[in-house]
Design a protein. Sequence first.
Length: 237
Amino acid sequence: MPEFDEVEDFPSDQDNLKDFPTLNWKGLIFTGIEPSEMRGCLEELEKRVGWMPIESFEYDISRNRSYDIKANWALYVDNYLEGFHIPFVHKDLNSVLDYDNYQTELFDGGVLQIGIANEAESTFEIPEDSPDFGLSVAAYYYWIFPGLMLNFYPWGLSVNLVVPLSVDQSRIIYQGFVWNKEMLGKGAGGDLDKVELEDQEIVEATQRGVSSQTYDRGRYSPAKETGVHHFHQILTS
């Protein structure tokens, strides 16, 4: 610091910037006040998608995006975690996925949604030691509390960050890491920009709806909203 020559006992350790611990999983760096809380989530990731060579995925700056939307961050997460809207909001995505076999699994601190592909669509080549061997998986959608989404496709990984800006404003940040360039533009991860814009439209409409004085919350669907219910339990615990 300039102009601090006269300050006694400066600098001291108390004047240093704070250090935050980090966790490294396959080249992905996680940090925060308590990143150790991520360990359980990383164990889930390792069990399900640890067979992928994630540490060799190539960062692709051309896939970076940032969207500001007029909606509370929690509504964006709600939308991500429920399967209701896929056939109605994402017509192209729905044509790729087998909606009837869409799967949702809960774990401490997060939710995994597994998109099963329709016949002849792009899928992972899943090894025999994976719990999903034999399934035609088009995408693994991981949400980790509060606003981290790791979306694995046969072409690679899309990282989504949901950042609250205010009670009714959020920023969605996309970053891409490519595994197989030949799979880009195909399958469930073929046109993420279109899917994102469709999500924004429905989430902003939901924001307007819940802002109504006549709004009251509804019930949870046991078939399609187990992820949403899990999120709300974490949020209010």
